[in-house]
Design a protein around this ligand. Structure first.
Ligand code: ZN
Length: 136
């Protein structure tokens, strides 16, 4: 694979309303976008630091994978995933699979910010939930 940069870090939070002011203070920049991704049962909030974004994820339903992640983390959030920007996401997924990496998404789907995204399975990535994304 050939990621060009870290596109974003995903951080699970219980409440965007509580977390946004903190991250605005920490990062010295305003949240520039809040978006619901119904497909993943989350609301997301974005900050930009250089080329990289911070994506806060708040569950909108108890069935959200973010809700179970928070539950496993003592009811608090934490770093949830790392996302790499790639060119040619379909080819990158194919080469990941060829390299024996288990995929969560065998085909890209639409994520926040209109990106094509796909997740690799943490069992294949030393426990780090890894997302590939491409701006098309
Ligand atoms: Zn993400």
């Amino acid at each position: 694979m050939n990621p060009t940069h870290i596109e974003h870090l995903g951080i699970a939070v219980v409440s965007l309303n509580e977390a946004i002011p903190f991250f605005e203070t920490l990062l010295g920049t305003k949240c520039y976008s809040i978006e619901e991704v119904a497909d993943q049962k989350v609301r997301t909030a974005f900050f930009k630091i250089g080329q990289t974004k911070i994506e806060l994820l708040e569950p909108t339903s108890p069935e959200s994978t973010i809700a179970s992640f928070i539950e496993k983390n003592n009811g608090r959030g934490g770093i949830h995933h790392i996302a790499f920007a790639v060119n040619g996401i379909e080819e990158q997924l194919a080469s990941a699979q060829e390299a024996g990496i288990r995929l969560i998404d065998s085909k890209p789907r639409k994520g926040a910010e209109g990106l094509d995204i796909a997740f690799l399975h943490p069992k294949s990535t030393f426990g780090v939930l890894t997302e590939l994304c491409e701006k098309k």
